[in-house]
Design a protein around this ligand. Structure first.
Ligand code: NDP
Length: 245
């Protein structure tokens, strides 16, 4: 690869970390950001470097457009132009609609949807100038089908799906591909709070009878980012063990 920098948001933990490590295995230098980071971020960075590629990482609130512009500039100064962007940073603030605090609506839309927009906008002009670049946004099956008590989350992920399709149309003529992976239940900190009962219920609804692993998602991201997916754009691909069948 001539330009081989990947940028992953939310790379300190969970799916973002698995993606960062998978792309490092693919030969990318990897920049990643997080909100707090800490030991988890250091662990991801070690894993990236162990795979023989370069790494840049820093805290960056994806919801803050100025912070995002600064992060992208710093990452590109260190590792060179971004070729692949993966937006994985995300949060949940679940509650029934009638009880949902406005702040929880705003926080989830701000991080999940506006955060994705901020990073896409920050790299898009460079992608267009170079006529090179791929984007993979991490959505959710909740963004396709909706989830009770997740109005904010479902709306944010549905927004990501539509944003990505619009981008695929707008940027396709420049050779830029934009796709979405929509996971079902994946074993990360985000699902660690599930009660045993909820976990058993979820597993019972999944034809493959297990929750997914972050690596299950990372493998699809790796494929979509690569030239093996050269004719795939504007798609929302579910990695969900068949839960919505
Ligand atoms: P985790 O909670 O394990 O990790 C979330 C990551 O996002 C962390 O790296 C966190 O940083 C980062 N992050 C959160 N808020 C911000 C912010 N404002 N700015 C920068 N970074 C931020 O989540 P998962 O790995 O489970 O989820 C990753 C993505 O996959 C999310 O978009 C989620 O919605 C989606 N998803 C997950 C599913 C699941 O079952 N796990 C199912 C469907 C979709 P820090 O470590 O500093 O907090």
């Amino acid at each position: 690869m001539e330009q081989r920098t990947a940028l992953v948001t939310g790379g300190s933990r969970g799916i973002g970390r698995a993606v960062a490590l998978r792309l490092a295995e693919d030969g990318y230098d990897v920049a990643f950001c997080y909100r707090a980071g800490g030991d988890a971020a250091a662990e991801t960075a070690d894993g990236i470097k162990q795979r023989g590629v370069r790494c840049f990482h820093a805290a960056c609130d994806v919801a803050d457009p100025d912070a995002v512009s600064e992060f992208v500039a710093a990452a590109e100064a260190e590792l060179g132009p971004v070729r692949t962007l993966v937006n994985s940073a995300g949060i949940i603030r679940d509650s029934p609609l009638v009880l949902m605090p406005f702040d929880d609506w705003q926080a989830v839309l701000g991080t999940n949807l506006t955060g994705t927009f901020n990073f896409c906008r920050s790299v898009a002009f460079g992608f267009m100038k170079r006529k090179l670049g791929t984007v993979v946004n991490v959505s959710s099956v909740a963004g396709v089908y909706g989830n009770a008590a997740q109005a904010n989350y479902s709306a944010s992920k549905g927004g990501i799906n539509s944003l990505s399709r619009a981008m695929a149309k707008e940027l396709g003529p420049y050779g830029i591909r934009v796709n979405v992976v929509a996971p079902g239940f994946i074993e990360t900190d985000m699902t660690a709070g599930l009660t045993e009962k909820a976990r058993a219920k979820a597993t019972g609804m999944i034809p493959l009878r297990r929750l997914g692993q972050p690596a299950d998602v990372a493998d699809l991201v790796s494929f979509l980012a690569s030239d093996r997916a050269a004719y795939i754009t504007g798609q929302v691909l579910q990695v969900d063990g068949g839960i919505v069948l």
